[in-house]
Design a protein around this ligand. Structure first.
Ligand SMILES: Nc1ncnc2c1ncn2[C@@H]1O[C@H](COP(=O)(O)OP(=O)(O)OP(=O)(O)O)[C@@H](O)[C@H]1O
Ligand SMILES: [Mg+2]
Length: 355
């Protein structure tokens, strides 16, 4: 059994989402990490139980694979409420949303994934539904069209988005609580992995957990995926208990290195250091050097390299940081642009203009 997506991708294909369901924590106590969001959310839910009202609408934002869908399911479970799942791309007409809203039962949790991708008319219908539990159903067309108001049972909307910045202000304002999920620390990922290993009936020692966690790019989805690959490797090699050596041998084989960089990430850094003396070099030149599309380098490799402090974006192009040279085991030349200098970060528009 192999996953379609690259090991280090933060998103998941539908097949993988099915596998993931088995590892989803079912209540807030089992949800690892995100202490602030967990605490705030638990307060929101607790208060609504005391008030005997439906919980306020909740918006969950953050990069893929950090637990937005998991939390949405936990909210429904904690509220003992049924859960309805839909998504922005599935709601292209206001009528699609009206059909969902009008069939909700009292207290139901409606989870709208990728809520930033909903159509504008649907979005406007959602404003009223969220605020007044009411929608206007438009019947007929043109001059003869009439709006028939329809009362809805109180419900809780849980919206999820990887792009909170794309949500229009009026929509964002209608959520009573917004939880922003952060990348996980290595110890947090170790806890995620311990729980997953138990559910998968897998023997792993502490050093083994650490090894997998530290290659997981701060993302539980990636951690669980790497664990499945390590499991396969151990199975084939007849290893009963996974230790650091087994985990690193397995993940080296899959070309995921000690910091979680994959083949492309390393190729980009390597080219930057060895072909361009550490930069600065334009993005498109760098992309040609590794034989990839500019967009692939920019959207797939770069964000993680920047986050890890291995690559810098300057007005004059991309540069390798001292950590990058060190990570590749290369000696940074004395005249590399970065030595003794600080580099400025700048926004994407400028970056594009630069290239
Ligand atoms: N805090 C956590 N504790 C334990 N497991 C977690 C946690 N967060 C995420 N996971 C696991 O990671 C996987 C991905 O989580 P989830 O589907 O909730 O991410 P997501 O934020 O909805 O991602 P996407 O943006 O791609 O929809 C799931 O299998 C889930 O079990
Ligand atoms: Mg999700």
């Amino acid at each position: 059994m192999s996953d379609e997506v690259p090991l280090t991708a933060s998103g998941a294909e539908p097949e993988e989402r099915v596998i993931e369901a088995a590892l989803r924590p079912k209540n807030l106590d089992d949800f690892v990490g995100q202490p602030r969001v967990r605490k705030q959310l638990s307060l929101v839910l607790e208060a609504s139980k005391i008030r005997e009202r439906v919980a306020d609408h909740v918006l969950l934002s953050g990069p893929p694979g950090l637990g937005k869908t998991t939390l949405a399911m936990i909210i429904a479970a904690e509220m003992n409420a049924p859960l309805r799942i839909s998504s922005g791309p599935a709601i292209q007409h206001a009528g699609d949303l009206a059909a969902i809203l009008s069939s909700l039962s009292e207290g139901e949790v409606l989870f709208l994934d990728e809520i930033h991708r909903m159509s504008r008319p649907a979005e406007e219908m959602l404003y009223m539904a969220m605020e007044d539990f009411r929608v206007d159903i438009v019947v007929g067309k043109g001059a003869g069209a009439t709006a028939i108001p329809l009362d809805l049972p109180p419900f809780t909307l849980v919206g999820a988005t990887t792009r909170a910045g794309l949500l229009p202000g009026p929509l964002r304002d209608r959520f009573g609580f917004t939880g922003h999920l952060e990348f996980y620390s290595v110890p947090e990922l170790e806890l995620v992995l311990r729980r997953s290993a138990m559910l998968m009936d897998l023997k792993v020692n502490s050093a083994g957990f650490y090894e997998v966690a530290s290659r997981s790019r701060g993302t539980p989805r990636i951690a669980n995926r790497l664990l499945r690959r390590v499991r396969d490797w151990a199975l084939v090699h007849g290893i009963e208990q996974i230790d650091a050596r087994a985990a690193s041998a397995a993940l080296d084989m899959y070309e995921v290195d000690a910091k979680g960089l994959d083949r492309l990430d390393r190729a980009v850094l390597h080219a930057l250091c060895t072909k361009f003396g550490g930069g600065p070099v334009g993005l498109s030149t760098l992309a040609i050097a590794v034989g990839e599309e500019t967009e692939t380098v920019e959207t797939v490799a770069e964000p993680f390299l920047v986050r890890e402090g291995l690559l810098g974006r300057t007005p004059r192009g991309r540069i390798a940081t001292p950590q990058a040279w060190e990570h590749l085991g290369l000696t940074m030349p004395k005249d590399a642009i970065l030595s003794g200098q600080t580099y400025v970060s700048f926004d994407d528009d400028q970056a594009e203009a630069e290239d």
